[in-house]
Design a protein around this ligand. Sequence first.
Ligand code: 3PG
Length: 389
Amino acid sequence: VKTVRDLELNNKKVLIRVDFNVPIKNGKITNDNRIVAALPTIKYVLEQRGKVILFSHLGRVKTEEDKLTKTLKPVAERLSQLLDKKVEFVPATKGEILEKAIDKLKEGEILLVENTRFEKGETKNDTELGKYWASLGDVYINDAFGTAHREHASNVGIASHLESAAGFLLEKEIEFIGGVVNNPKRPLIAILGGAKVSDKIGVIENLIEKADKILIGGGMMFTFLRAQGKSVGKSLVEEDKIELAKALLEKAGEKIVLPVDTVVTKEFKSDTEYRTVSVDDISQEEMGLDIGSDSVELFKKQLKGAKSVVWNGPMGVFEMENFAKGTIGICEAIAQLEDAITIIGGGDSAAAAIELGYSDKFTHISTGGGASLEYLEGKLLPGIECLNK
Ligand code: 3PG
């Protein structure tokens, strides 16, 4: 794709779509990774003396009341701290207030437009809205990888009316996640976890063709263990996916590797008794909340010599200390790999690696949740495709 480097930016009104959909509690941002990840593009455009006009959505806006809480104002403040520069927040998504603010903007200055989803037409990719937003700028940069699986007015819409290019973050996500899916250095080992098989079916199906091994942990392992005829007690199982898990196991042959032990407990609580048992010995009253230490060793062995690793989904309930060891073990195993491209496909596993202090041990931690999953499924993402047109 064309990138921000290919654009003439000096004195241009540069519309940049970022994904500032960050978690906010009581007006405070609890994780600013997505803002930090957008800085290289923003700084570059400012250095090139462009006038930066930022667009982002925040959360899902369903009612008028949502508009009170889902404002991007706190994000403008955080961005201003990170850039050490004034960021004007415009409390409007169209009209005179916004247009005047843009008119007043000088080279090397920056403003953030209010939540794009305050416009009903945003998520419908309304043609008029896309055209209107495009009319506010001279060029368009999409750097919102997290939103690339959506076909909305602020990405696909604007891009169809203006000269467009990818920002540095989007470029990096395409390089790493796209690289792993389309042209990996081998062996490629995929590690998949998280609660539900249903979230990962598309990824497993795509990676069965492409990965050399798929290591499966997290809550979804129990549906696979059931497919192998094991009893898993009160562990999380998607009954209606057992047949599918069977079919996937058959298709994958030796490629899918399942845990051999699990950390079980009788209650879903952090401060309760737990023990590690073989996956053949889970009792009726117990539920597995993590992979066990033998499984970590097994997965470590599988990872040896890997040249590419892609990881999506925690190995257990890592938010509870007693059930975090599997996820920590995988972080450590990946951190020890030499000469491998290691990628976390966003979402909970990215949060886990960052929270557990391993964020600098990976080649790339994706800023996408749904977007990285769909990319790993091998789907074309509208937010990327629109830049190729
Ligand atoms: C995300 O957090 O996955 C993106 O920002 C997209 O948000 P959405 O699922 O509300 O479209």
